[in-house]
Ligand binder design. Structure first.
Ligand code: PLP
Length: 396
């Protein structure tokens, strides 16, 4: 007899980015040479000083349960980082350490949303936001943005979606998947308007240090007391320090919200991985010299991939100012018969590229932007050149 899954389990889709990357990996295992632009993680190794801190923790026996909301040493390091780099002062009891930033965001939505509450999400968006909103009983309210506004949400577009049900808005700057970044002025206006309406803002700043062309990242929680009361800052070590597998992220915000997240975490996961927390202390307040080196390398690749995409017939790509993704519009090719099949949408395009060009990209559909596909340029320059050559040929 088949086991019936819960209605909720049946509503949630698996992460499309992980799905593409596992299909590409399976092809590679079969000996097929795939250029993989699917992965959302730096291709660099975790810096040595951070690895050593993790090893030291293991060797010194730091291998047991930690406090559910994270070790005091890491919370203090996070407070120090937020104060120095983001201009916002928190006490350790206003910080929670989770098993990745993803986990922090889920906890936040869980403690903030009642059934039927609206979660405002500007599109294109990081695909987990909408599924996580559904998982906590919330209603994702997607607000489209356009290439013309550089994928930025405007106050006017936001105002149209605000209702008494609006509870939370999730902003992500720099953005996955578009690479867009809001300026300080943009954020002051947008976040200021949201909090005036009583909307809590989750500011996902995961890519804050991976920025280009002198872009200045800003944290809305630093804009003043009334902002700090309604903004929760989420960040983590995954992207900046090439630590995706260590699973450490965090949230900082009003004490009662963070305390509630800690309670949930204590019942569901207990504390995050002990040695990874020690490594994260080193990541945040230890030697930072590897970060600009990684960013400089991403920058070189960014310039090449954007140029190559824009040189392709009927492909256009807005230049990203942050993160490590290019998000070209390929919709002019929809309706074409490619590889014996009509390509109808971003999923069709990605399947065509994977099967016929051996290039793995992620469809824009689950990011709320079906005209686009996402390329992660966290791969070597040589592979970027090769992948772009294959794609250009396949679209000719
Ligand atoms: C925008 C954004 N936020 C949060 C995360 C979560 O990162 P992690 O759970 O590894 O800390 C990711 C990872 O892809 C991301 O792209």
């Amino acid at each position: 007899m088949a086991i019936k899954l819960s209605d909720m389990a049946q509503k949630i889709k698996p992460s499309a980015t992980l799905a593409v990357s596992s299909k590409a990996k399976a092809m590679v295992k079969e000996g097929i040479d795939v250029v993989n632009f699917g992965v959302g993680e730096p291709d660099f190794d975790t810096p040595q000083n951070i690895k050593i801190a993790g090893v030291k923790a293991i060797e010194s026996g730091f291998t047991k349960y930690t406090p559910a909301s994270g070790i005091p040493e890491l919370k203090e390091a996070i407070c120090e980082k937020l104060s120095k780099e983001n201009g916002v002062t928190y006490q350790p009891d206003q910080v929670i350490v989770s098993c990745g930033g993803k986990h922090s965001i889920y906890n936040l939505l869980y403690v903030l949303c009642d059934a039927g509450d609206d979660v405002i999400i500007p599109a294109p968006y990081w695909l987990s936001y909408s599924d996580m909103a559904v998982m906590v009983g919330g209603v994702p309210v997607i607000v489209p943005t356009s290439e013309e506004t550089g994928f930025k949400l405007t106050k006017e577009a936001l105002a149209e979606k605000v209702t008494p049900k609006s509870k939370v808005m999730i902003l992500n700057s720099p953005s996955n998947p578009t690479g867009m970044g809001y300026t300080k002025e943009d954020l002051r206006e947008l976040v200021g308007f949201a909090i005036e309406k009583g909307i809590v803002v989750i500011s996902d700043e995961m890519y804050e240090k991976i920025v280009y062309d002198g872009f200045q990242h800003a944290s809305p929680a630093s804009f003043g007391e009334e902002f700090r009361d309604m903004v929760i800052t989420v960040n983590g070590v995954s992207k900046t320090y090439a630590m995706t597998g260590w699973r450490i992220g965090y949230a900082a915000g009003p004490t009662e919200v963070i305390k509630a997240c800690g309670t949930i975490q204590s019942q569901v996961t207990s504390g995050p991985n002990a040695m990874a927390q020690k490594a994260a202390v080193e990541a945040l307040i230890g030697d930072q010299s590897e970060v600009p080196k990684m960013v400089a390398e991403f920058d070189k690749r960014r310039k090449v991939i954007v140029k190559r995409l824009n040189a392709m017939k009927d492909v256009s790509c807005v230049t990203p100012i942050g993160a490590f993704y290019a998000f070209p519009n390929v919709s002019k090719h929809y309706g074409r018969k490619l590889g014996g099949k009509v390509v109808e949408n971003s999923i069709g395009m990605c399947n065509y590229l994977l099967e016929h060009a051996r290039v793995a990209a992620v469809p824009g559909e689950p990011f709320g932007a079906d005209d686009h596909i996402r390329f992660s340029y966290a791969t070597s320059m040589k592979r970027i050149e090769e992948g772009m050559r294959r794609m250009a040929k396949a679209l000719k």
